[in-house]
Design a protein around this ligand. Structure first.
Ligand code: MRU
Length: 321
């Protein structure tokens, strides 16, 4: 598979995650406008992938000239919750005085580094999972998409599945479809199918019952922003999963790069949660699934309190709190 985010011939190249699973294609984004639009539409998404996209967005702006800092701010503000996006932009702006080539070199180094970081973090998390769960092989539960497509390559929480799979330790993965935009059924199921890992898609509402039936050994999720106290913002539905996991004594493991930790925010209460349009809930493929004009509450993320989390694992190991 291509890198989820890359740079070629003066453009940001992404795997178009809106087209999947029906069609695998890459898109070339030549301007900041095109990149911002792709980020907002979730054609490129997932916290680590957004970090790399943010840095390369500054390279696009730097090569174009003009008010690079204003353009960079537009990229950073395209989605507010995943701290990696602003982190990537800020890192790249730090090279601006050295010229566009230096900004691009930083973005390209970030691309190379992302896979190493993801492999290391998910490797540490695999050990945590093995210590926390007695059953072999393991039955894992995944929410949203935290695989190759959410990073530049490999992935975070789904990267744990890749590590454990290499050791013959995965029986199957329950894939939460992840309403409303179906990153689980569209993207995670696609990645698992490509890798030949047994999986079943389930409605998000089935997760607690799957735990009650004893079908889940461990829940694995990623993160979009981790507050200083260990509270975790992640795809909407994560908090409910954590509550169910705590009730059923199922380990709940969060995997993320250190760049997702935001020490400037004391607790999850301070994390800005992106709210998206009502039509993401009230329409499916352009067809109504609610009365015309139905109002909706559509937060893209929620916050899971630290006390519900077994471990937050980064490339440096288990996060102390
Ligand atoms: C390794 S990805 C971690 C998170 O970014 C992921 O779980 C998630 O919530 C993504 O949300 P999305 O709205 O699809 O960008």
């Amino acid at each position: 598979m291509d890198r989820t985010v890359d740079w070629a011939d003066g453009a940001v190249v992404i795997i178009d995650q809106v087209a999947l699973p029906g069609r695998y294609r890459t898109c070339r984004l030549r301007t900041v406008d095109e990149l911002v639009d792709a980020i907002r539409r979730l054609a490129v998404r997932g916290a680590p992938a957004l970090g790399a996209a943010g840095a390369l967005g500054v390279a696009l702006a730097a090569f174009a000239g003009g008010d690079v800092r204003a353009e960079a701010e537009r990229v950073a503000a395209a989605r507010p919750t995943a701290v990696n996006l602003r982190w990537g932009v800020t890192q790249a702006l730090g090279r601006l005085d050295a010229g566009p080539e230096a900004v691009l070199a930083l973005g390209q180094a970030m691309l190379d580094e992302d896979e190493r970081i993801c492999r290391t973090a998910s490797g540490h998390a695999a050990e945590v999972v093995l210590r926390s769960c007695a059953r072999r092989p393991l039955r894992l539960l995944s929410h949203c998409n935290t695989g190759h497509l959410a990073a530049v390559a490999w992935g975070t929480a789904l990267g744990v599945v890749w590590h454990l799979r290499e050791r013959g330790l995965v029986e199957s993965v329950l894939v939460n479809e992840t309403r409303p935009l179906l990153q689980g059924s569209r993207l995670t199921a696609w990645e698992l199918a490509m890798a030949g890992v047994p999986y079943r898609v389930q409605a998000d509402g089935a997760a607690a019952f799957a735990m009650a039936r004893g079908l889940v050994d461990c829940v694995l999720v990623g993160a979009d922003r981790i507050a200083a106290n260990g509270d975790v913002a992640n795809k909407i539905g994560t908090y409910g999963l954590a509550l169910a996991a705590a009730h059923h004594r199922v380990p709940f493991v969060v995997v993320a790069p250190e760049s997702t930790v935001d020490e400037s925010i004391a607790t999850g209460a301070g994390i800005v949660i992106e709210e998206r349009s009502a039509t993401e809930l009230t329409e499916l493929h352009g067809r109504p699934v609610a009365p015309a004009g139905a109002p909706a509450f559509n937060p893209a993320f929620d916050v899971t309190p630290a006390e519900l989390i077994t471990a937050v694992v980064t490339e440096h190991g288990v996060l102390a709190r």
